[in-house]
Design a protein around this ligand. Sequence first.
Ligand SMILES: Cc1ncc(COP(=O)(O)O)c(C=O)c1O
Length: 404
Amino acid sequence: MISAANLTDPAVDEAERYTAHNYHPLPVVIAEAEGAWVTDVDGRRYLDCLAGYSALNFGHRHPDLIAAAREQLDRVTLTSRAFLHDQFGPFCRDLARLTGKDMVLPMNSGAEAVETAVKVSRKWGYKIKGVPDGKATIVVADGNFHGRTTTIISFSTDPEARADYGPYTPGFRVVPYGDLDALAAAVDETTVAVLLEPIQGEAGVIVPPSGYLPGVRRLCSERDVLFVADEIQSGLGRTGATFACDDEGVVPDMYILGKALGGGIVPVSAVAAGREILGVLRPGEHGSTFGGNPLACAVARGVIALLETGEPQARAREVGAHLHRRLGELIGRGLTAVRGRGLWAGIDIDPALMTGREACEGLMAHGVLAKDTHGSTLRLAPPLIVTRDEIDGAVDALAKVLKG
Ligand SMILES: Cc1ncc(COP(=O)(O)O)c(C=O)c1O
């Protein structure tokens, strides 16, 4: 139902006026959401094909996760890590089981978990590998996106993310993504870790050549280097597996997780690794006031329980295959390329037709929310509960937009 009053425009104006312009949101003001759908302040409904950049893998307000949150809200929400609480041990145990690792360290945002991985890798390098103090290097890939802190943007190759924020943190080497020879050449006795996204999300859902991730795994094992997989966007069901590394039969030394771990309710991130790695930390050497709080742990336990049924992964595979089939039909009809895996697609629009932003505005007019990334590339990542019919609706809308 469309309300007589236009509530969208004033809300857009207010946000424009009182917020730093570090985002350029579509002019939609969401008031409510359920499952794969959101409703704006004027009563218009949209299929959410971004899902909070994969933070909403299980959909908006999944009943099990809302129930877990509600129950926890009535008990205890914050203790700080100065004390233990009764959700902490079970959450760490459950996540260790899901990842197959010995230990986990919870944080809040993805960037904090990446920072944690960088710090732990360096410390492991000094204490265990024997790298001379202050000399540790970490090899990363160009096109990476690992977050927004000053250290993380120091090894970004995206000028927008990096410019004007120097001086930059040293200790990182950037190599082309997907190039094993370049990676091997960059690793030396100072290298403590190779930090990669198994599929690069922000770069436009870039899937590396088959054999690349197993090659990285081999190289890291041979050269005594930690393979750190940033699965913040690719993990927890998105690609049709629990982790995108699973698709290549690869087990990294450390997983970095975030986004969907919080069920779209609270920010929850974590790293998971073996005892010989996370065991290097001692009291006082790293921490976070909110990391591992009771509410976060209760919701994340619900997320882990959902993933342990295998259903979200199965749906991502099944409905994802349908999505890719349907998108494939648009190649040569406005699309120049479709990439991705599971319910995750990067699509390149013929730049002669329109920009990614224009395509998103067109989709919005047809009741579909999506996000452009670079230039004419769009990223589609609907919640994993989306149906084939809903996918058909979204792809039909895209076809209409591309026809102009
Ligand atoms: C692969 C990857 N790593 C890290 C991050 C940063 O996460 P956050 O925005 O929660 O700090 C993101 C966010 O998009 C991401 O996609």
